[in-house]
Design a protein around this ligand. Structure first.
Ligand code: GEK
Length: 243
């Protein structure tokens, strides 16, 4: 994608503020996420394919924490079910503003409702597909169970949750290895040691990863009949949970 290059953490900062999804981040977001999340483009493409399979007629497909709507646009290309609508939600006004502009130039007729809201506060009803593409990791740990329960209850029978997350690992050697390989990925994408370390500091206590087992156990505890990883590239994974 031809968007401005992310250089937000390229120069030494005297104080590193908590990471926020503000206008500066929204402006460089496609470049930032593509160069920071291994497998991002593959996951976004597959979300479209999965939505094509699971979207039910007269239902809603939710993209929660949609940012600039990459998953929304991918779903929009593949959904063929009649009278289906996408609901794209993000709490960042800067992201939502730019998403609305992007949608103006996307001619696909499938309806997209855009909401600037906290995904913990919205209603989820009559959903056939729910996407949390690297969003749950920003929700406080204490709120995750209740939030996923709401998603489960809002899904129709046969519905799917696609959950992509940064993972951590119980085994310290795996944790070190996968973290180092993620940093090697970022270096290969052109980020410097300084950028990697300043961004890591900014994300501390903002992005809180969990292990696959923690995700799987919570997903089945809220009612999903199964939850499995369909894609993983180092410490970034995408899971499918089936109602
Ligand atoms: C993509 N899914 O490109 N309510 C609403 N939005 C939230 C909340 C919340 N409580 N917390 C965080 N967000 C996208 C990428 S980015 C992932 C998702 C990343 C939003 C936040 O504003 C941001 O836009 C998004 O979740 C996370 O497929 O940057 O690592």
């Amino acid at each position: 994608m031809n968007t401005p290059k992310d250089s937000l953490y390229a120069s030494p900062l005297s104080a590193i503020n908590r990471f926020q999804f503000d206008e500066n981040v929204a402006n460089v977001f496609p470049d930032m996420i593509q160069r920071s999340v291994p497998g991002y483009a593959t996951i976004v493409h597959a979300i479209g394919l999965l939505a094509g399979r699971f979207a039910q007629p007269h239902s809603f497909c939710y993209d929660l924490g949609c940012s600039l709507g990459a998953a929304t646009l991918s779903m929009r290309q593949h959904i063929t079910a009649a009278q289906c609508q996408i609901v794209a939600v993000d709490s960042s006004a800067a992201m939502i503003k730019q998403l609305q502009i992007l949608l103006l130039s996307d001619t696909n007729p499938l309806l997209v409702e855009v909401q600037c809201a906290d995904i913990r506060d919205i209603e989820i009803n009559h959903a056939s597909v729910v996407v949390l593409n690297f969003t749950l990791q920003f929700i406080p740990l204490a709120d995750r169970l209740v939030f996923l329960k709401k998603i489960y209850q809002g899904l129709l029978p046969g519905g799917i949750l696609i959950l992509s997350e940064k993972l951590c690992f119980d085994d310290p050697r795996q944790e070190v290895l996968q973290t180092e390989m993620h940093h090697a990925f970022k270096k290969a994408q052109g980020y410097s040691e300084l950028e990697i370390s300043q961004k890591r500091t900014a994300l501390e206590n903002v992005l809180i990863p969990e292990t696959f087992l923690q995700h799987q156990q919570r997903l089945t505890a809220v009612g999903f009949s199964s939850a499995e990883v369909w894609f993983q590239y180092f410490n970034f994974a995408s899971m499918i949970a089936l109602k």
